[in-house]
Design a protein around this ligand. Structure first.
Ligand code: IVH
Length: 708
């Protein structure tokens, strides 16, 4: 029920002050709700604020005007970011954590390219700037748009904001007619300190680190705010080009620099792993005095012809790697250890710490991995930290690397007090009481409660609604927790999400009357759920949260089966025998025994299968169509490579075939269309001949794909 408001004791001045306060609060709530998709206050509180402002305007009519927030609904859509589809995807980078990883990277590239291990392969080494990436598109010399990375395929249009950054040219001369320049927007340390001092002076919350400050500043709806922020830009890559910039990465960077972009002055050309190691240690030494945050060194194959041959994986280029710099560290006290139970039943120990600042961020929780880690053992039972265990009350060293969960690196036993307590890892699930067991070879102890364990249930649902799965607007982890424990409008399994609107309409305890909900947000949620009744095959499969079936695997499986019915039928067949369908599942390149077993088990379990079928009954599952080139002779065909190839490596041949729209399988079956057999081909060639599959040799293959 709406309260009545009494302003009879207010003077005109007090009324204006209250008017301004309420207007500001409502404006900021509007922004959070409509533009950031992140409401800051409950709907019911929002409604109360609006009512109060209306009542105030009635009591003091001089305050009202058409511009008042009481006269507006929501926030103008024009202020929302528009979306930009990137002409070329904006990729991320694979990581190397040691020089050995870099050496492996170098060897694998040489293997892929068919080069000798001892041959020299040149790389550029560029500092990895810790900011956010931005793509700038120039057409006939003019900057026509600027987009954030977004999900890599679609970014946000931040053109007006980018135009306020001094390092970004508005026009380039003598450039390719289509030129997409990519680089990093960042804030220098000195500017960051000043900016935070201003935030504090203005009574605002300081930013946690320069990266967050840069992201917050670029993603402003009002470009005049971005213009006041000290943003800078380093160019380091490109997207679509009507003409190449140069033949090498280094020369391309030089060209970008000549065109008026700022490139990083610490970029070096390295001819060997020794050069790379030397450069890395130089950069590490200078890290603190650079004046901006870096979190690694990026190595890119210098020769662009090689970059092209090496090509891209789904989210990262094969020709580059980020060599991460060590994380920053700090010491504090371990106050206690809690156990969290995850989606697959894993019991994960979480350290609760006396708060400490690490690399500019306050940390009070950290992961302790598993019970062996606490005991001072690695997964093979060998000692880590010289066998020092970690006890409650100990002084522990915390480290943070990027945005990941902080970890505990070490313990100082010399400071261990009398009261330090050895930790007894639980053998039963703290959430449901079921036995928690460790399978041989598994580092993790898991709750055996399955669907009866509320922690697993709720975590699975959180995964189900997460961004890469069903991505239901307004239904995040917080709301899942609420619904999971709601007796009247419960969500206990995914299917319950899709009956929510109907149950709400039949229920007296309506959602709109819950704390934090209102008419508007309840309707929005039901609509957002309806939007996801039509869903992609891979998203659905990934959303089920089956152990070992990650996003990439779900996509591979979806592409292989094409329709949900095909998968479902195949799983039913596997349940009865492990024959042809099992072989077919294993023939998917990227699906191994462990994953296949886990998938088959999920579908064979009566409980799980029941939950899946109940869910799918509410859905319209889209067919999974692999983006295919139809203009190649192998498009849509299933290929197998066997024997040794001499002119290209196996990995290269496979990547090429996939690029041309073919599916590459690991074994020959009746579904195989073509076998490419090199010298030494054995049983696969025989099987293919028996099945009447077309067989060609490497030269035949090269002729087939020539010029494509
Ligand atoms: S190249 C096609 N070079 O790191 C390769 N990225 O972890 C795309 N980054 O999304 C990236 N400095 O935001 C590249 N010198 C550099 C970089 C750099 C920072 C960022 C970039 C990227 C992220 C990947």
């Amino acid at each position: 029920m709406a309260k009545s408001f009494d302003f009879s004791t207010f003077s005109d001045v007090e009324a204006r002050q209250e008017f301004e306060r309420l207007t500001a609060v409502i404006r900021s709530a509007n922004l959070a709700y409509y533009q950031n998709d992140a409401p800051t206050i409950a709907d019911s509180d929002y409604d109360q604020l609006r009512l109060k402002l209306q009542a105030l305007e009635q009591a003091f009519p001089a305050l009202t005007s058409e511009a008042s927030v009481t006269q507006q609904v929501g926030a103008p859509a024009a202020e929302d970011f528009q979306k930009i589809v990137h002409a070329e995807p904006m990729l991320s980078l694979a990581n190397a954590f040691s020089i050995e990883d870099v050496r492996d990277f170098d060897h694998s590239l040489k293997r892929y390219l068919g080069l000798d291990r001892q041959a020299s392969l040149s790389y550029t080494a560029e500092p990895k700037i810790d900011g956010l990436s931005l793509s700038l598109r120039y057409e006939n010399g003019d900057l026509i748009h600027a987009a954030t990375r977004g999900d890599g395929a679609v970014g946000e249009n931040v053109t007006q904001n980018a135009l306020t950054i001094a390092d970004i040219p508005h026009r380039v001369v003598d450039a390719p007619s289509i030129l997409e320049v990519r680089g990093e927007v960042y804030i220098a340390h000195s500017d960051f300190e000043q900016m935070n001092a201003q935030q504090i002076d203005g009574g605002l919350k300081p930013y946690a680190n320069p990266r967050n400050a840069a992201a917050g500043s670029l993603r402003q709806l009002d470009p005049s705010i971005t213009a006041q922020r000290p943003l800078r830009f380093f160019a380091y890559a490109w997207g679509e080009l009507s003409q190449p910039l140069a033949d090498t990465q280094m020369a391309s960077l030089d060209r970008l620099s000549n065109l008026g972009f700022v490139t990083n002055p610490l970029t070096r050309l390295c001819e060997s792993i020794e050069d790379i190691a030397q450069n890395y240690s130089d950069i590490e030494k200078n890290r603190a005095s650079l004046g901006y945050d870096i979190d690694g060194v990026v190595y890119k194959v210098d020769l662009l012809d090689y970059q092209k041959r090496l090509g891209l994986r789904s989210t990262t280029p094969r020709w580059a790697i980020a060599h991460k710099l060590p994380a920053e560290k700090a010491w504090t006290v371990l106050e206690t250890i809690d156990i969290q139970v995850g989606r697959t039943g894993a019991l994960s120990p979480v350290a609760r710490l006396r708060p400490v600042t690490v690399g500019g961020v306050v940390v009070s929780n950290a992961t302790l991995h598993n019970e062996d880690y606490i005991r001072g053992l690695d997964s093979n039972g060998d000692a880590i930290r010289d066998g020092r265990d970690i006890r409650i009350g100990d002084h522990v060293q915390i480290y943070r690397a990027g945005d990941v969960i902080p970890k505990i690196a070490d313990v100082d036993v010399s400071k261990r007090g009398e009261s330090a307590l050895e930790y007894a890892f639980p053998y039963t699930c703290p959430e449901c009481g079921s036995p928690a067991i460790r399978s041989p070879g598994d580092a993790v102890r898991r709750c055996t409660g399955g669907l009866i364990c509320p922690a697993q249930g709720v975590e699975r649902l959180k995964h189900f609604v997460s961004r890469k799965a069903f991505d239901i607007e307004g239904l995040g982890a917080k709301q899942i927790e609420m619904f999971f424990h709601d007796d009247a409008l419960f969500i206990k399994e995914p299917a319950d999400i899709f009956t929510l609107r109907e149950r709400d309409s039949q229920n007296l305890a309506k959602l709109k009357n819950r704390d934090g909900w209102g008419e508007r947000s309840a309707t929005n949620l039901f609509d957002a759920i309806d939007d996801k009744r039509r869903i992609g095959f891979a998203r659905l499969l990934f959303g089920l949260g089956i152990r070992h079936v990650g996003e990439a695997a779900a996509t591979l499986i979806a592409h292989h089966y094409g329709t949900w019915e095909n998968l479902s039928d195949a799983m039913s067949a596997i349940g009865e025998n492990h024959g042809q369908e099992w072989e077919d599942l294993l023939s998917i390149d990227g699906v191994g025994e462990v994953m296949a077993q886990s998938l088959a088990e999920a579908f064979a379990s009566e409980n799980e299968r029941g939950a899946i079928d109940r869910l799918v009954a509410h859905l319209n599952v889209e067919k999974a169509e692999k983006p295919q080139r139809s203009d190649s002779p192998v498009a849509g065909k299933t290929l197998v490579f066997t024997g040794s190839l001499e002119k290209m490596t196996r990995a290269e041949a496979k990547a090429r075939a996939e690029q041309l729209g073919a599916k590459v399988a690991g074994s020959v079956s009746s579904k195989t269309d073509l076998l490419v057999a090199g010298p030494g081909a054995g049983s696969k060639a025989k099987k293919a001949a028996d099945l009447g599959v077309e067989i060609i040799d490497e030269d035949g293959w090269l002729t087939m794909i020539e010029g494509l």
